[in-house]
Write a protein that binds this ligand. Structure first.
Ligand code: NAP
Length: 480
């Protein structure tokens, strides 16, 4: 067997690295060329429970003071910055994300840790004006923000470093010991990050990483009675299923979407077309906020479609390691087959392929633009999670708002318009976690509140918001 690209210490439980799990070991392979990326332990439910026990004991030891947590987070931001290229190569190898996009993800992880460090320095409770009511007479009260308890973090394959950072950094800042289960397809960046954090002095038990399948390790973590908080990022069915299985636990979900973009006739449709050619196809459309459904006013639709198709047709498809590659493989051949079958289904129902639509390589679909697709086609009403954008023409802005909102999902929506009234109407009427004016969905700054409504989730991430979720407000009242 060829040597793996990365040699990893194994999984981390209670400060010790383990090379194998109760279910043996698993190979991590590239979906682009099947190259062996790493071999990681395959844990079962037993190790999940052990890791939660270690986290629980760490919480009781209370041996990771806030100043130390600030130091670790600040030094982690600097250390990730110094090793950015190595992290980018790991992201690229395990997820087939093109190297230039992988570099952007690694740079974002630096920001995520830096914002968590800033928040860790400053978050605090409030003084409560008790004497403002007769029942508060003679009382002086304030609130403390205390750690909620053990955090179980379950992460997806598509941002294997930065979405892990969005869970570990706030947990450290909040003072919560954490057990992470990374996606089976992409555990490498997470393990490298855990190694970096332990090298910086995170004490035993405060950070545990258990590799193994979602159905066993993930479920065992989420349903463990000693877990106070589950932070899950992944698909809607799995996420809502976990929430139902752990009704007494705070289960916070960051899930998928089929993000819409509205392009009004008065808007800068050329910029909208150029941005859609990136936003719909970055990491082969495997982003939860990938632009998927475009509604374009009929007066500018011809120009918009011509521009979009020209730009999408010019995207470079191929090896993720190639500096010029824009779009590479999907995470599995099955996913590529599914996306292709959804495109075929839309076409069989009257949709037209304007470009792409081919299934190539081990796990690739060529960047695809479709027009005239029915509202109930899967490429329109489900999350495609592949390199596919649909275009629908409209005549009336309110119809476009209605069609954009008509989805089980609600993560982000975009609107291009220069009319302030329409921009405000969109901001109020579109039922999403974020409405972006003169920008496409697929926009995330790591400090912003990020998350969705409806089937897209029930929380907001971003270090400050996640830390708020991971802390509890405790009132301390003194009677004089
Ligand atoms: P997924 O299949 O739901 O997996 C996500 C994580 O859950 C993985 O670690 C997976 O483990 C684990 N898992 C699977 N079944 C489980 C179960 N029964 N119990 C507990 N854990 C389980 O999602 P994915 O394919 O990795 O990621 C793509 C999805 O994530 C898309 O829907 C995307 O939109 C969404 N996403 C959302 C956001 C956001 O912030 N809103 C960001 C990125 C991605 P295994 O890998 O071992 O199966």
């Amino acid at each position: 067997m060829a040597d793996a690209l990365f040699t990893l210490p194994g999984m981390l439980i209670d400060g010790a690295w383990r090379a194998t799990g109760t279910e043996g070991a698993a190979e991590v392979r590239s979906s682009y060329d099947d190259g062996l990326v790493a071999v990681v332990p395959k844990a079962g439910g037993e190790e999940a429970r052990e890791a939660v026990g270690a986290a629980r004991a760490a919480l009781e030891r209370d041996n990771f003071p806030r100043a130390e947590r600030v130091r670790v987070l600040e030094q982690a931001a600097a250390a990730i910055h110094d090793r950015q290229e190595g992290f980018a190569r790991a992201i690229m190898a395990e997820s087939a994300k093109p190297i230039k996009t992988a570099r952007a993800e690694a740079a974002r992880a630096v920001e995520t840790f830096a914002f968590a460090a800033a928040e860790a320095r400053t978050f605090a409770g409030d003084v409560v004006p008790m004497e403002a009511t007769p029942s508060g007479a003679g009382k002086t009260a304030f609130t403390l923000r205390t750690p909620i308890g053990v955090v179980a973090a379950i992460s997806p394959f598509n941002f294997p470093l930065n979405l892990v950072a969005h869970k570990l950094a706030p947990a450290i800042a909040a003072g919560c010991p954490v057990v992470l289960k990374p996606a089976s397809a992409t555990p490498v960046s997470a393990l490298l990050l855990a190694e970096l954090l332990t090298d910086l002095g995170v004490p035993s038990g405060w950070l545990n990483v258990v590799t193994g399948s979602g159905g066993t390790v993930g479920e065992a973590l989420a349903t463990d009675p000693d877990v106070a908080y589950v932070t899950f990022t992944g698909s809607a069915d799995v996420g809502w299923g976990l929430a139902a299985k752990a009704p007494k636990t705070k289960v916070r979900l960051e899930l998928g979407s089929n993000s819409p973009l509205i392009v009004e006739a008065d808007g800068d449709w050329r910029t909208a077309a150029a941005k859609t050619a990136v936003a719909g196809f970055s990491h082969a459309g495997q982003s939860c906020i990938s632009t998927q459904r475009v509604y374009v006013h009929e007066d500018v639709a011809d120009g918009f479609v011509d521009d979009l198709v020209a730009k999408v047709g010019a995207l470079r498809v191929g090896d993720p390691a190639d500096e010029e590659t824009d779009v590479s493989a999907l995470i599995t051949a099955d996913d590529a087959d599914r996306v292709k079958s959804w495109v075929d289904e839309a076409v069989a129902d009257g949709g037209k392929v304007l470009c792409g639509g081919e299934r190539t390589g081990a796990a690739m679909v060529t960047p695809t633009v479709l027009e005239g697709v029915r509202a109930d086609a899967q490429v329109q009403c489900q999350e495609v999670f592949g390199p596919v954008v649909t275009v629908t023409r409209y005549a009336d802005f309110d119809d476009a708002l209605r069609m954009a909102s008509d989805s089980r999902y609600g993560l982000q929506a975009g609107v291009f318009t220069t009319d302030l009234g329409k921009a405000l109407r969109a901001g109020r009427r579109l039922h999403f976690g974020a409405v972006l004016v003169n920008d496409v969905p697929t926009s995330r700054a790591d400090q912003q509140p990020y998350g969705g409504v409806k089937d897209s989730g029930n929380t907001r991430e971003g270090p400050a918001y996640a830390i708020e979720e991971m802390t509890e407000i405790k009132l301390v009242s003194l009677q004089s």
